[in-house]
Design a protein around this ligand. Structure first.
Ligand SMILES: Cc1cc2nc3c(=O)[nH]c(=O)nc-3n(C[C@H](O)[C@H](O)[C@H](O)COP(=O)(O)OP(=O)(O)OC[C@H]3O[C@@H](n4cnc5c(N)ncnc54)[C@H](O)[C@@H]3O)c2cc1C
Length: 488
């Protein structure tokens, strides 16, 4: 048995999964979280009978969650209730055209046929190609450490043959002619913080991952999964300390000694596992002066994911025609994305994602009410946008857009609301530039080029979560904890 003392900083999905994985290997584990509640981006806000999941709502690859319970011979069903959804996403375009995306391939083919019969063959070929990407990028490499350049070099021929130098949009466009179908099949990078026009085509694997396991919902909200994991951690005697921010990681001769908390208390440890954003950890928690040239260069050229504006609201009536997950495209899709990622400015022609959990689960709102959040991708804080001014403006813009299309008379029916901006991500979740998903999923920031799971600059320091390999999204961060399992 390994009786090493390991500290996990942060209680996002990555932090909870690594605490459990290390405990199952016999480590003496303490989890430290800045907030008084667990979950990080997946925490929950409860207001007047409404349950607002703050972040992840689309549950994919649920086996990665189940595995954590199975490590301790527990039945996941005794802790969580994850159900498959029939319609995965409803896509809506500015001209009112709707596309219901699901695991029902006949239904998908029929809709593609109606839009552009010629694209049917391309669709079949694209799915076959994304299976190849999935087999390599997910099945073979998602939970393997990329700490050595030699290992990365070994993978390069396969990655090149999978056209990883192309963007997801360009890969999809090489099979599909119709712009609407291109958007539907290439939007997945946005779910992990990337621009479909610049994200490496390796992330096309998400298209196949969804088809393989389906899209699921956690009854009671994603927060119920966090609750289930917390219960399991307590049963397994993992020490959980909440409401304590780590201010320093203590090193001696480049070796981990422990951490220092805001209240000045020090906790000794053999290993420190950071689920906190790696950029912030390197900048603010480590007093490292002598960094090697390659690491400094890598840090300097890093590009960060977009920011998120999320408006949570409850209505006193129900909008029964609205699906659980809706993605509404604006007219100027590429221009909007360019403004977010390159020009770093706001654009009124927005695309947005609308979450209506009450479509599946009435317990998320009081009787006769509906619970929602609408997410608008926006520039991160490198933009210098003043959210104390722009926040209300964007809220009013998105309400009027929804009123004109999906949710008639919305304004007069809202009974509860609040919003979060990149300021929240920066100040409350400690993410660099308030980015929604840490660094972008570009080829030059993936695998070996991402932050390593085993720190490249000191001993005993490890990283899990969105900024590390394999990357953001719940399946990604749970896989990063599996990488840790292999190296610690
Ligand atoms: C609005 C939104 C919607 C999303 N939707 C989906 C979705 O539908 N499906 C999906 O798969 N993914 C989705 N994602 C992505 C997914 O939520 C994230 O990738 C994942 O939850 C990130 O987990 P993480 O392990 O990186 O940790 P995080 O959730 O980032 O948690 C890090 C934790 O560390 C704590 N912390 C930071 N610094 C310190 C410190 N110094 N001391 C103590 N604690 C500290 C923070 O308080 C936080 O709790 C979404 C994300 C957002 C924001």
């Amino acid at each position: 048995m390994n009786r090493k003392k390991s500290i996990v900083i942060g209680s996002g999905f990555g932090g909870l999964a690594s605490a459990l994985r290390l405990k199952s290997k016999g480590h003496n584990v303490t989890l430290l979280e800045k907030h008084t509640d667990l979950g990080g981006r997946a925490r929950v806000f409860k207001k007047n009978g409404f349950t607002f999941d703050a972040g992840p709502t689309v549950i994919t690859a649920p086996y990665l969650i189940n595995e954590l319970f199975e490590l301790f011979n527990k039945n996941p069903k005794d802790y969580i209730d994850i159900v498959p959804l029939n319609t995965w996403y409803r896509f809506i375009f500015e001209d009112g055209m709707k596309f219901d995306y699901s695991g029902n391939e006949d239904q998908i083919r029929n809709q593609i046929k109606k839009i552009n019969n010629e694209d049917l063959e391309g669709y079949e070929k694209l799915i076959k190609f994304t299976k190849k990407i999935f087999d390599k990028g997910f099945t073979e490499l998602a939970d393997i450490p990329f700490n050595k350049p030699s290992f990365m070099l070994k993978q390069l021929p396969a990655l090149l043959s999978l056209k990883s130098y192309k963007s997801v949009y360009s890969l999809v466009s090489s099979y599909i002619k119709n712009e609407k179908i291109r958007r539907i099949l290439s939007m997945h990078p946005l779910l992990v913080g990337g621009n479909p026009f610049t994200t490496t085509s390796i992330y096309g694997l998400i298209l196949y991952l969804e088809k393989k396991w389906g899209i699921h919902y956690s009854m009671g909200g994603t927060g119920q999964i966090i609750k289930g994991l917390e219960k399991l951690m307590k049963e397994q005697k993992i020490e959980i300390i909440t409401g304590q921010e780590v201010t320093n990681i203590i090193l001696q001769n480049n070796k981990i000694q422990g951490v220092k908390l805001k209240n000045q208390e020090e906790i000794r440890a053999d290993n420190v596992i950071c689920n906190a954003d790696p950029s912030t950890v390197y900048d603010e928690l480590l007093n490292q002066k002598k960094l090697n040239y390659f690491f400094k260069w890598k840090r300097k050229r890093m590009e960060y994911s977009m920011g998120l504006f999320i408006y949570y609201f409850g209505t006193k009536k129900t909008y029964d025609k609205v699906q659980h997950h809706t993605i509404k495209f604006g007219n100027k899709y590429k221009e909007h994305l360019d403004d977010i990622f390159e020009n770093k400015k706001l654009n009124e022609d927005i695309s947005y994602y609308l979450h209506r959990p009450t479509a599946t689960d009435k317990s998320m709102a009081p009787d006769g009410h509906d619970c929602f959040y609408v997410l608008v991708p926006v520039p991160n804080k490198q933009s210098k946008i003043d959210w104390s001014i722009e926040g209300d403006k964007l809220k009013n813009l998105v309400i009027s857009k929804m009123e004109n299309s999906l949710l008639p008379n919305l304004k007069e029916n809202i009974v509860e609301d609040f919003y979060l901006t990149p300021d929240y991500f920066e100040k409350e979740l400690n993410t660099k530039y308030g980015s929604g998903f840490s660094i972008q999923p570009k080829f030059t920031q993936s695998a070996y080029f991402r932050f390593h799971n085993k720190s490249e600059i000191c001993d005993g320091l490890y990283f899990v979560g969105a900024g590390t390999h394999p990357g953001a999204g719940v399946p990604g961060v749970l896989s990063s904890a599996k990488v840790l399992d292999k190296i610690l």
